[in-house]
Design a binder for this molecule. Structure first.
Ligand SMILES: C[C@H](O)[C@H](O)[C@@H](O)C(=O)CO
Ligand SMILES: [Mn+2]
Length: 417
């Protein structure tokens, strides 16, 4: 798009929003600084680099599009490409299985900071802050139960793993001068009706109490709830109720993954409730289709609602923004960019909402006026403001990035056999 067109469109949009009392320049400043945590696992279909094991834990990638990153160097190369095509601020979200373990096999209860120093240096060089995740899936000891396993030996193995991951996250946070956000998601659950629901939840609670008893100043832990997994349809130990209770009681960050709730539930509605009782939220923005299928995040109603709720609750400074999907059926670099841009557009649209007017209408019981303005908002020129954001960042505007992604596929991804 021509520079003059982008600037002209922005001026028109700016005036249109200003007429509603909204300052587009201010919204762009906030968008620029709002960090989005890029999940490492879209690059390689959640395989990691520990050893060649199948993906387990009730999650699944589908598709066999060529160009999957096969090693640490390729993930870095891909993420550098992704970031080069995006405006804004980014973090990078690593799973433990993406460590640099060398030739010797390092089991999960043996992981150490030294396996991640290469990532720490790379992140610094690329102006990224790291986030981290313990990894309980895709391991011979994963089974159906990890931290909630009645078998002490298996449970202790996962407790040790998770404690070590927290220490690694702490070292990352110290190195980068900014807390590393460490997510704990365990797949624990059961395919069929379960009698001892209470017992496993009691065990999970005890394991978490033990894990979280260590005070680590440079990291923050968050706990991710889930409704069900593949092969774990009947019961998930770490359900929403479990973690909402645990996080509220223990002042722990709750991870809200948009793919982890009943399909007709409005996940956005959880934001304002949870934030009354937990210190912060971590978002895993995903797109479930029929089930927790982890399709690429889009600028759809659910994503827009989610970001609108964060802004309406005045909670951007208490919300960590992350993505979580893994689509192996399309170009993976393109998948990252579509998802990030969708999240940024949703955040921008939320920042451009004429909130004082809407609040006033609501207070005065003017519900027709409230509904009318919310309806008009949908077709306001948010696209022109977002184009200007990318243009100002010297990044591809609108669909221009498609050809960059195609070129990278030709030059790099297609050569990975
Ligand atoms: C790979 C991630 O840990 C995983 O996607 C988790 O966050 C999740 O959402 C599991 O369904
Ligand atoms: Mn998730």
């Amino acid at each position: 798009m021509k520079s003059e067109t982008i600037e002209k469109n922005y001026q028109v949009a700016k005036e249109r929003y200003a007429a509603l009392g909204v300052n587009t320049d201010k919204a762009l400043e906030i968008l620029q600084k709002a960090p989005i945590s890029l999940h490492c696992w879209q690059a390689d279909d959640v395989m990691g680099f520990e050893r060649n094991t199948a993906l387990t834990g009730g999650i699944q990638t589908t598709g066999n599009y060529p160009g999957r990153a096969r090693n640490v160097a390729e993930v870095r190369q891909d993420i550098e490409k992704v970031v080069s095509l995006l405006g804004g601020t980014f973090r990078f979200n690593l799973h433990e299985t993406y460590g640099e373990f060398g030739d010797k096999f390092v089991d999960r209860d043996q992981c150490e900071t030294k396996h991640f120093t290469g990532w720490m240096q790379w992140a610094k060089e690329n102006n990224l802050k790291l986030d981290f995740n313990s990894t309980s899936f895709s391991h011979p000891k994963s089974g159906y139960l990890s931290l909630s396993n009645p078998d002490k030996e298996i449970r202790d193995f996962w407790i040790e793993h998770t404690k070590r991951c927290r220490r690694i996250a702490d070292a990352m946070g110290k190195y980068q001068g900014d807390p590393c956000i460490m997510n704990i998601w365990v797949h624990d659950g059961s395919k069929d009706y379960t009698v001892e629901r209470s017992r496993y939840r009691q065990i999970l609670k005890n394991s978490l109490d033990d894990i979280l008893s260590e005070k680590l100043p440079n990291m923050k832990t968050c706990l991710e709830a889930k409704l069900f997994g593949i092969g774990m349809e009947a019961y998930t130990v770490g359900s929403h109720d479990f973690y909402a209770g645990y996080c509220s009681k223990n002042n722990v960050i709750y991870t809200l993954d948009t793919g982890h709730y009943e399909p007709t539930e409005n996940v956005a509605d959880a934001v304002s409730s949870l934030l009354l009782f937990v210190p912060e939220l971590m978002l895993h923005v995903s797109r479930p289709m029929h089930w927790d299928s982890d399709h690429v995040t889009l600028f759809d109603d659910k994503t827009r609602d989610l970001f609108a709720e964060v802004i309406r609750a005045n909670a951007l400074n208490r919300t960590h923004l992350g993505l979580d999907y893994f689509d192996a059926s399309i170009n993976r670099i393109g998948a990252y960019i579509i998802g990030v841009r969708a999240a940024q557009k949703a955040l921008l649209q939320a920042l451009l909402e004429p909130l004082p007017t809407l609040r006033k209408y609501e207070d005065e019981g003017k519900w027709f006026e409230r509904l009318a303005l919310m309806e008009e908002e949908k077709t306001m020129p948010v696209g022109a403001v977002y184009d200007y954001f990318n243009y100002k960042n010297n990044k591809p505007v609108a669909e221009e990035y498609i050809s960059d992604v195609e070129q990278y596929e030709k030059d790099v991804l297609s050569k990975r056999k």
